[in-house]
Design a protein around this ligand. Structure first.
Ligand SMILES: Cc1cc2nc3c(=O)[nH]c(=O)nc-3n(C[C@H](O)[C@H](O)[C@H](O)COP(=O)(O)OP(=O)(O)OC[C@H]3O[C@@H](n4cnc5c(N)ncnc54)[C@H](O)[C@@H]3O)c2cc1C
Length: 429
């Protein structure tokens, strides 16, 4: 019996939006790489929807990429990598309700001027402003301030494309879905547009000090409670400050000393020339004060412990560094974040002390980071989803009381796992 040869396929299907095939990708830290079949750069909402539908038709998984500033394998896919950097911009503000809407690919730094012109500002920001707003929300990105929540906690509405290729809006009247969307690691769908609760525009006054560890401890309770933003970077060696490019006074030993930041709101008359750009006592619009710049790469782990145990946990990590890992030189950063409601938020129902440590790229920092993980486990430490961590599904399920609710909602939004990759499947499938 003879069979007719299959007709050759004329063209392999391709996305309708601009795309490249097999383009190597790596993250900011250089510790994550991928070669997706398609890297697609939609120019508008419809092209995002079309790309997700294309992927569903072709049986390809989809992962969104923001600014690539996560250290964990969140973005990797062999299927479609969706880069929303061209779907960007603040789309509206409501000064009375203190709300701002922006497209999913908008970088954090692009909120500053348009919000300020409407008398508004982001309530808080982290150490950099390079992230996309959707990437920041996806991982619970935060700044510091015991009265201030993460970017995720400010999410009030989102329009996304789900795993069926449908556009879905989630607002405050769907509280269960909103709490899932607030920290979702990109697994509910592709965020097209978000609405954030924001603050009235405010200026900040910076104060940088260099206390010894004993001096840091003697004022810490008052500092946490009394400053809008309080954080410090503890240095274990003379080399530490340089690794994070911290400006330090000449001749001062930084061993067992902190680089301490306090930011407080201040009333300024910009026209009267009250802006001060002097390092260590800058006064300026809030969004110009927050972002630092990191040029020297590092690979960071960040864990979250209950605020009431924060200092004990910090001292446990200091002891670990001094006694077991004196070769590890990067500073330890310590910050505070207010509790919130996101089901997968590391700050879920818990005012939090944030402890971050880093290893040097190209060195074997794994024994150190594993020891930090072991040291902080007794404090029920949760972890930054975008920074190195050792959480397994079992640990996540124990640490997050609403884990099962999140998984259920994830399955409702993406029943076929279009938005999963190996990392997120292992944690959240
Ligand atoms: C130098 C540096 C400084 C940092 N400082 C801080 C800090 O101060 N505070 C802090 O908390 N973290 C900080 N981080 C971590 C960083 O904020 C997070 O990893 C954040 O998620 C990165 O955002 P991104 O836009 O780069 O997203 P990516 O890393 O590209 O992606 C993160 C997640 O967002 C998802 N995603 C992106 N876009 C979309 C979309 N449109 N729809 C759905 N999902 C989407 C991705 O799929 C992925 O799961 C820092 C990281 C670096 C490298």
């Amino acid at each position: 019996m003879t069979t007719a040869p299959a007709a050759p396929r004329q063209h392999l299907p391709t996305p309708s939006a601009p795309f490249e095939t097999h383009r190597p990708w790596s993250n900011w830290g250089g510790n994550q790489t991928a070669t997706p079949a398609f890297t697609v750069r939609p120019r508008n909402e419809q092209e995002v929807v079309d790309t997700v539908r294309f992927a569903i038709r072709e049986g390809l998984p989809v992962r969104a990429v923001g600014a690539g500033h996560s250290f964990t394998p969140l973005v990797q896919t062999g299927g479609v990598q969706l880069d929303l950097s061209a779907v960007s911009g603040v789309t509206g503000t409501d000064t009375g309700r203190r709300r701002a809407r922006a497209l999913g690919g908008t970088p954090v730094h692009a909120f500053g001027d348009p919000l300020w012109e409407q008398g508004l500002a982001l309530s808080n920001q982290g150490d950099i402003d390079k992230q996309s707003i959707s990437g920041a929300i996806a991982t619970g990105t935060h700044g510091s301030g015991i009265e201030l929540g993460s970017f995720s906690s400010a999410l009030r509405w989102v329009k996304l494309v789900d795993g069926r290729g449908d556009i879905v809006e989630i607002g405050e009247d769907q509280i269960r879905e909103l709490r899932a969307a607030q920290v979702a690691l990109g697994t509910l769908g592709i965020f097209l547009e978000v609405e954030l609760e924001v603050a009235e525009a405010y200026h900040l006054q910076e104060q940088i000090t260099y206390p010894t560890w004993e001096e840091t401890l003697s004022t810490i309770a008052a500092d946490i409670a009394g400053n809008r933003h309080y954080s410090f970077l503890w240095c274990q060696s003379e080399e530490s400050a340089g690794l994070y490019e911290l400006p330090t006074p000449a001749g001062l030993s930084m061993v067992n000393r902190s680089y301490t930041k306090r930011y407080n709101a201040v009333h300024l008359d910009e026209a009267g020339g009250a802006i001060d750009l002097t390092e260590g006592r800058r006064r300026d619009r809030s969004y110009r004060i927050y972002p630092g710049g990191f040029m020297i790469p590092f690979h960071e782990l960040e864990y979250y412990v209950p605020a009431e145990q924060g200092i004990e946990a910090v001292e446990a990590v200091q002891d670990l560094i001094r006694t077991v890992h004196p070769d590890q030189k990067y500073p330890m950063e310590v910050r505070w974040v207010k509790q919130d409601e996101g089901y997968l938020s590391p700050f879920y129902h818990r005012d939090t002390t944030v402890i971050s440590v880093s290893g040097a790229p190209g060195t074997d920092y794994w024994p150190y980071l594993r020891d930090v993980d072991r040291t902080l486990q007794p404090y029920d430490a949760r972890a930054h989803w975008g920074k190195i961590h050792f959480l397994t599904r079992d640990r996540v399920a124990q640490l997050y009381p609403e884990f099962d609710t999140f998984v259920q909602i994830r399955r409702e939004f993406d029943p076929n796992g279009v938005f999963l990759n190996d990392h997120t499947r292992a944690l959240l499938a």
